[in-house]
Ligand binder design. Structure first.
Ligand SMILES: [Cu+2]
Length: 281
């Protein structure tokens, strides 16, 4: 419990430093920050706006920012009620220009469904290191979030014509590596065996704690993956129906995750399947 509080305090104090019109995210590595803004300011729930982010090192642009997982910056938005999850990139909407790279400034259209507080996470890479900055974003308008967090502890989720099941092969214990498997079938019970890599991995998982004091991500496990650097390409290993993940959770508590993958038969559908679970201390 103390660890959770310490982690949250760390994230909370690192999130200071916003200026008018431009907010600034905290970073895990000293010197790195993200200045961001929205048009309009604030964004309004349900209305498309533009989100602009500038990745900085010691306040300066980073012209040699590294693409990682086929994108320069992965930007994640999670609503405080845990009901809304968005994982997006400038490259999904337009070609990256030389100007964008030189100024390490990226933008994309963004529609967030509810008003209120969101966690924003920026995942990027520089000098062969994975980096993350986080911040909070307030959305205006009058489409309120839920009063209770969206936490469904079911281990089987039906979505988009699939049934997605979660099994803990090695149950999560704080500080020790856990193993969980996501099993994919159609609603008719046929195994899904046509997974294709999406953003350089067969499966992605974004993890948050229920208080949004912590966010992380991992990818479908393969041998030696702990030695992956941003400049390396992950192998395509899994076509389904199982996607195994290995992860070491830092502390006990309630977590939510979204499992992301793409099928060859529906290449434009990016699944984001939610699961909630509790890790006992
Ligand atoms: Cu991404």
């Amino acid at each position: 419990m103390q660890l959770v509080i310490a982690l949250q305090a760390l994230l909370a104090c690192a999130g200071e430093g916003g200026e008018s019109a431009v907010d600034s995210g905290s970073a895990a590595e000293p010197g790195y920050s993200v200045a961001w803004s929205t048009e309009p300011d604030p964004l309004l729930a349900g209305d498309e706006g533009i989100f602009t982010e500038r990745i900085l090192l010691d306040g300066e642009a980073i012209p040699d920012l590294q693409a990682n997982h086929e994108r320069f910056v992965h930007t994640l938005f999670v609503s405080a009620d845990l009901s809304s999850f968005t994982h997006t990139h400038m490259e999904d909407f337009t070609e990256i220009t030389a100007t964008a790279i030189r100024s390490s400034t990226f933008n994309f259209p963004l529609t967030l469904p509810y008003s209120g507080d969101y966690l924003v996470a920026f995942d990027y890479a520089h000098h062969d290191a994975w980096l993350q900055s986080t911040d909070r974003l307030a959305v205006g308008g009058s489409v309120p979030q839920r009063e209770e967090p969206a936490l469904d502890f079911a281990t089987s989720v039906a979505t988009g014509g699939l049934v997605v099941s979660l099994t803990w092969d090695v149950p999560a214990v704080p500080g020790y590596e856990s193993i969980f498997t996501v099993h994919l079938t159609t609603e008719g019970g046929d195994e899904v065996t046509d997974l294709v890599p999406w953003l350089g991995a067969d499966g992605h998982v974004v993890l948050v704690d229920a208080n949004l004091g912590w966010i992380s991500h991992t990818h479908a496990w393969f041998p030696d993956m702990q030695n992956m650097t941003p400049g390396m390409t992950m192998p395509h290993v899994y076509e389904g129906p199982d996607l195994p993940f290995h992860y070491t959770f830092p502390v006990s508590g309630t977590y939510k995750m979204w499992v992301q993958f793409v099928r060859a038969s529906a290449p434009d559908t990016i699944y984001a399947v939610p699961f909630a679970f509790t890790i006992e201390g």
